[in-house]
Write a protein that binds this ligand. Structure first.
Ligand SMILES: N=CN[C@@H](CCC(=O)O)C(=O)O
Ligand SMILES: [Mn+2]
Ligand SMILES: [Mn+2]
Length: 315
């Protein structure tokens, strides 16, 4: 298998004491957990992007994202844990997805919020495997996936890729006879062919295009998110960084020409995190080899940190 130890969390240190608290001095290995908190787990994979014909390098995403999280200041006492990385070796994506799912399910059973650092967007199916187990197989509660993404990722392919996770989840939930909701914020019309729009319509997928997600439309975007939240019990929130504008998030396989502004993405993740329904958050497609001055990693870290903070306000 492919589980590796958590890397060391380091960064600027202004001294001991709560007044200097940052992520790097707070994160502890999950093995020593003594209270409920947020669990970071990396999914070091770009096999899905490779299979999907994209630009590989997302396997280094978890390390870059931890480095960007490390110096961030914390303003209250809370538990943060690191479960390490699940690494996809030798192209065996399916084994890696199951391994990630097992870590997620274990964290959920212990009462933690899993935050999964991708990895290509194939991470979303791996997260789902964990959610499915962690929520309990006899569940009647409705699971919803809210995807912030330029793409539907509803491709029909002979084997799983970074472009297939939400069709896989939809089919898995249908096979189990469960209701399932899927919505996307940030769709770039020119990056999704008619067959994908037709499939989305057939599956009852709600979506907003990038044109509908400009800052002037913030209230409308939040209304869309709230009405989605009203239809589900548990939410899998997934952020594909290619939803953000290319100049904000250049370090992705498929950068966005318009994209969803940072403040709109932030408002959406905070809305979901504060709803009390967030079951898991994952961040996908960070490719450090394509990043510029770490800006994609920084914006990704900000969203992870805002999820942590907004969820804390609710508890
Ligand atoms: N996770 C990415 N999915 C996109 C990639 C698009 C592209 O590479 O241009 C998709 O398959 O549509
Ligand atoms: Mn995308
Ligand atoms: Mn995607």
């Amino acid at each position: 298998m492919n589980r590796v130890d958590p890397p060391v969390w380091t960064g600027r240190d202004d001294g001991p004491g709560a007044e200097h608290r940052r992520w790097h001095g707070t994160v502890r290995p999950l093995d020593g957990a003594d209270r409920a908190g947020t669990v970071i787990v990396g999914f070091a994979s770009d096999e899905g992007v490779r299979r999907n014909g994209g630009r590989t390098g997302a396997a280094e995403g978890p390390t870059a994202l931890r480095r960007a999280l490390a110096p961030l200041a914390l303003h209250r006492d809370e538990a943060l844990y690191d479960a390490g990385d699940v690494r996809v070796d030798d192209g065996d994506l399916e084994t890696g997805q199951r391994a990630l799912g097992a870590v997620v399910a274990g964290a959920m059973r212990a009462g933690h919020l899993p935050v999964v650092l991708g990895g290509g967007h194939e991470v979303a199916y791996a997260s789902y495997l964990g959610l499915d187990e962690g929520l309990g197989s006899d569940r009647t509660r409705t699971l919803g996936v809210l995807n912030i993404d330029a793409h539907f990722d509803l491709r029909e392919e002979p084997r799983p890729t970074s472009g297939t996770p939400f069709l896989q989840i939809s089919e898995a939930e249908r096979a189990r006879g469960r209701a399932f909701r899927y919505a996307v914020v940030g769709i770039n019309e020119a990056a999704n062919t008619p067959v994908l729009f037709d499939r989305a319509d057939r599956l009852g997928v709600g979506y907003l295009t990038d044109d509908q997600c400009t800052a002037t439309h913030l209230e409308r975007v939040l209304a869309f998110v709230r009405s989605f939240l009203d239809t589900v019990d548990d939410v899998h929130l997934t952020l594909d960084l290619d939803a953000l504008p290319a100049w904000v998030a250049p370090g992705v396989s498929a950068p966005a020409p318009l994209g969803v502004p940072t403040e709109v993405v932030q408002a959406v993740v905070e809305e979901v995190a504060a709803s009390g329904r967030l079951a898991l958050f994952d961040v996908a497609e960070l490719n450090p080899s394509l990043d510029v001055d770490g800006r994609t990693a920084r914006v990704a870290a900000r969203m992870v940190d805002r999820v942590r903070a907004a969820r804390g306000r609710n508890s």
